[in-house]
Design a protein around this ligand. Sequence first.
Ligand code: ZN
Length: 148
Amino acid sequence: MLTGKLCGRSFIRGFLIEMENKDCVFCKIVNKKIPAEVIYEDDKCLVIPDKFPATKGQSLVITKKHEDYIMNLDSKVYQHIFNVARKISLAIDKAFDTERTCIVVEGFEVPHVHIRLHPAYEKRLLTSGFEEGIIELKKVVNKIKENL
Ligand SMILES: [Zn+2]
């Protein structure tokens, strides 16, 4: 979003981010151009099950606003998405009887801020998985929602 407050380098950066949005898969999900099962949604973020989970229940907290690097977020949005990450992680723990739910933030594959909620079922982190079908994703969503 471009505003009158942006100038110089910030304006250029803002413009480039706008240019990137049209090809961003998470922007398309946030804007409902790509359908997704939704676990939680508010004005700042969306939580969906990961379509390529390494472990059962893996989910993503995605900011509504496109930003590629989490450290560039407004501090209120930054704190908010981590609070949402905790709330959903505790529901995942209950829903799937995990050892714990880990959080991972890197954003290299999809350069749009997201926190990966990564359920661990033993004391190590499995990081690769297979594409999950819609029926299984719906089951995951319902099971987490029941535990919110
Ligand atoms: Zn985006």
